[in-house]
Design a protein around this ligand. Structure first.
Ligand code: DGY
Length: 325
């Protein structure tokens, strides 16, 4: 029997690669620097493992009559046309759960860094070499403890953020399509409509998946509802926030600061106006980027890929093999 042909879009840990290579002929893009030409790679494939967010469209699937397994190394799969995969019976897997705590840690890191001026402090001391005398009047930030946190999108990651925020003695409001009375009771958190959450929060963190409904969910009108002292943290997907509205809100002092792990586009253009501001922190999509978590994600992605190739049930499925509408 001929071996499955698989393409992996970016380098993955060697031990995981070796397990896939034991069963498949693998072509792996060996650099993370440039977007791999995956449209050209797809036609002969049985399986595709995407690590990064390169779009996988219906047209691309149509060029690959043998494609049976798409494995996303990540929880978000907005870059893959799910309907097209479903219509073609292609299995689609992702890596939920395993990265929730890690992404929640990064959310708190961004929130704390923005609140307590960690980046300006670094710039002051290590970049500008300006710490030549002790000045007790510089870089005053905002308290995180006893402040109000508004969590928009209360899934696994939002829940993990709420747990951390409660440990910081924060008051936590959350907005979600389906209310979670069990989590309200367990964590002592409160449900709020989006408008109220934006008005009442000192920190707002975003954790919604990217859909038509959530695209530019935070724009001019929503930013105008926020406190002038508030910080916006986006660790969901860049297009959830209208970046030009965000620039205006930050430049005009409509909100105090932002800390984002995701941008639109990604990477953000080097001449984007947001990069000229000193009240925004931009991280290069690091939410799940720890050694431990990326190993777990790679393992799950490998298990999904191989199961889909063999027509078996995916352990972490969006679509099981042969799933038709
Ligand atoms: C995810 O898991 O969706 C992250 O964005 C990493 O790809």
């Amino acid at each position: 029997m001929s071996r499955f042909k698989v393409f992996i879009t970016r380098p993955i840990p060697e031990e995981i690669l070796a397990k896939i290579a034991a069963e498949c002929d693998v072509d792996m893009w060996h650099t993370s620097a440039i977007l791999p030409p995956i449209a050209e790679k797809i036609p002969p494939l049985d399986g595709l493992l995407t690590y990064g967010h390169e779009p996988v469209s219906a047209e691309m699937m149509d060029t690959a009559p043998n494609l049976k397994s798409i494995s996303v190394m990540g929880v978000g799969y907005d870059h893959v046309d799910e309907d097209a995969a479903r219509e073609r019976g292609i299995a689609l897997g992702h890596t939920p759960g395993v990265l929730s705590d890690t992404t929640a840690d990064m959310t708190m890191a961004l929130l704390l860094a923005a609140a307590r001026n960690v980046v300006p402090a670094y710039n002051h001391v290590q970049v500008a070499k300006a710490w030549t005398y002790y000045d007790p009047n510089i870089l005053w930030g905002y308290d995180v403890h006893h402040a109000t946190l508004g969590i928009v999108g209360m899934g696994r990651i939002g829940y993990a953020v709420a747990k951390r925020a409660v440990a910081f003695d924060m008051r936590v409001l959350y907005y979600k399509r389906n209310r979670r009375p069990d989590w309200e009771e367990e964590l002592g958190i409160e449900y709020a409509e989006l408008e109220h959450l934006l008005q009442a929060s000192d920190f707002v963190t975003l954790h919604v998946p990217l859909t038509e409904e959530t695209t530019h969910m935070i724009g001019k009108a929503e930013l105008a509802l926020m406190k002038r002292t508030a910080t916006l943290v986006n660790i969901a997907r860049g297009p959830v926030v209208d970046h030009y509205a965000l620039y205006d809100a930050l430049a005009s002092g409509q909100i105090a600061s932002a800390a984002v792990d995701v941008t639109e586009p990604e990477p953000i253009n080097t001449d984007h106006p947001l990069l000229s501001l000193d009240n925004v922190i931009i991280a290069p999509h690091l939410g799940s980027a720890t050694i431990q978590t990326r190993m777990k994600m790679a393992t799950m992605a490998m298990e999904n890929l191989l199961a889909g190739l063999k027509g078996e049930q995916l352990p972490y499925a969006v679509l099981q093999p042969g799933w038709h509408t």
